[in-house]
Design a protein around this ligand. Structure first.
Ligand SMILES: Nc1ncnc2c1ncn2[C@@H]1O[C@H](COP(=O)(O)OP(=O)(O)OP(=O)(O)O)[C@@H](O)[C@H]1O
Ligand SMILES: [Mg+2]
Length: 475
């Protein structure tokens, strides 16, 4: 089993089999091809020469020389079988040296050529003029045999398809096999050399990959000298390394930022604990603890996202999720002098998303918008039938140069506002995982419009309709 996993073994096997096929069958294959070509060009040409070739082999095998030097044709089993299959077949064999007709030959056939006794017929095809069968063909050829040079005259054999096979098998001789063996050996050697030399760069690449560790993820396998066939594989490995490198760097950055963010509230908390007699002690400690808890919860969310392999397979209704988040937020918003309005189509807008993940993303968008919305203003949440949700506020807006930075972990425009800067990074991570898109635009007249679009689903079980009054808002 292991042997066959080796490329060299396979190549050796293929080249030996391929060479054998070429060596033993190519002459016949080429003749068949040429015969087919001739047939195509001259449709009147028949396939009798396949037959006469076989006939000649059979008659040649029947040649014999007696102890006294007499030469004759002594019908063998094969010759008799051939004649019973071809009743009109006749043959004659003439000793070229003496001009004598060998006993066993057809005298009538030999007589037809007696006027040409002094002509050495190298290869002639003919038709006997008095033969009523217009398609019958004959063949004359002088050939060196085991009993000397003989002129064969063969006539009237009919073509059978197995004649082609017979001619094919005629090449399987011990002599041919001994010629073939060294050729096969050379092919095997070439196969081994080609594989060894061809795979040498791959072995060097493997050594290089083996040296890559967490601290050298920026290394890549050089592609310059690699064979073209393995280039796509190595490029894929390089791309995978780049992705791992990117993700590890992001995680390192994230961890460093997380540690940094936690250090500040913990330091403040420690300072407060050192002064338990302060009047605002309980309040300060509570606020510090809340801040730490928020950051830890967000870090846990990130870990949760990593584990959400099947989040994509689930379905959620955009309108229903938005409504539930708005209901949660409404008391706080009203308390701060803001309102939230929902604009939603009458039928459910189902998207491919884990409900938990969707709620987490919408919560952060609404929380940010309520914080940005000026006092007395209204945040508008609009669900579109195209599986998109927009969270529109009328605050400061996001400057165009900050529009990609706001999705980076721990990015905040200013430290004066509460928050750790993790909400949008988490949202983006989730949305990417769900195969959706999240981006920010400017609200006409000022403010930020966050848009979230997710892959729609064809109603995987209709989500309960909780919205009775379409296109109306909660205020
Ligand atoms: N609607 C908005 N209008 C203006 N700026 C915004 C808006 N939403 C987000 N931002 C800016 O993007 C920054 C990052 O937002 P993000 O939600 O990631 O973090 P956060 O709200 O500061 O903290 P957290 O969500 O982790 O509690 C915010 O600090 C703010 O500066
Ligand atoms: Mg936020």
């Amino acid at each position: 089993m292991i042997r066959w996993r080796s490329l060299s073994s396979r190549l050796i096997a293929y080249s030996i089999v391929g060479l054998a096929l070429a060596f033993f069958t190519l002459p016949v294959a080429i003749s068949i091809f040429l015969a087919a070509l001739r047939l195509a060009v001259y449709p009147e040409v028949n396939l009798e020469n396949w037959t006469t070739q076989r006939a000649r082999y059979v008659v040649e095998a029947a040649l014999r020389q007696e102890r006294d030097g007499r030469k004759l044709v002594e019908p063998t089993e094969a010759l008799r079988a051939y004649m019973s299959r071809n009743p009109e077949f006749r043959y004659a064999a003439i000793d070229v040296a003496t001009g004598a007709l060998l006993p066993g030959s057809s005298v009538e056939l030999a007589n037809a050529f007696s006027p040409l006794a002094r002509v050495d017929l190298l290869a002639v095809s003919f038709h006997l003029a008095d033969d009523p069968n217009p398609d019958a063909r004959g063949w004359v050829r002088s050939i060196e045999t085991k009993i000397g040079r003989i002129t064969f005259i063969l006539y009237g054999a009919h073509f059978h398809w197995d004649d082609v096979l017979y001619n094919l098998s005629y090449h399987f001789t011990i002599q041919n096999f001994f010629v073939y063996l060294p050729l096969a050996g050379v092919m095997a050697l070439i196969a081994v050399l080609v594989v060894r030399r061809g795979l040498a760069p791959l072995r060097r690449a493997a050594e290089r990959v083996a040296r890559i560790g967490v601290n050298s993820l920026n290394e890549r396998i050089p592609c310059a000298e690699l064979p073209l066939e393995i280039l796509p594989f190595v490029e894929s490995v390089n791309n995978a390394l780049a992705r791992v490198d990117d993700s590890v760097s992001r995680q390192k950055r994230f961890l460093a930022n997380a540690a940094h963010e936690l250090r500040t509230p913990i330091t403040i908390l420690c300072a407060h604990i050192a002064n338990p007699d302060e009047a605002t002690f309980r309040q300060d400690v509570k606020r510090d603890a809340r801040r730490i808890r928020t950051i830890v919860e967000q870090l846990l969310s990130v870990a949760h996202i990593e584990g959400q392999k099947d989040a994509i397979g689930k379905a959620a209704d955009l309108g229903k999720t938005a409504l539930s988040v708005i209901l949660d937020y409404m008391p706080l918003a009203i308390q701060n002098g803001r309102t939230i309005e929902l604009d939603c189509p009458p039928s459910p807008v189902n998207v491919r998303a884990d409900p938990w993940a969707l709620e987490s993303v919408i919560t952060n968008l609404i929380e940010n918008a309520v914080r940005a919305e000026p006092a007395g203003g209204t945040v508008l949440v609009r669900v579109l039938p195209s599986a998109t949700i927009e969270v529109i506020d009328h605050g400061q807006g996001v400057a165009s140069e900050d529009r990609s930075a706001i999705f980076e972990p721990f990015w905040r425009k200013s430290d004066t506002m509460p928050g750790a800067g993790l909400g949008l990074a988490i949202a983006k991570e989730l949305v990417d995982k769900l195969g959706g898109r999240i981006w920010v635009e400017e609200t006409p007249g000022g403010g930020a419009t966050f848009k979230l679009s997710l892959p729609p689903t064809n109603a995987i079980g209709s989500v309960a309709q909780v919205w009775t009054k379409p296109h109306s808002g909660i205020a």
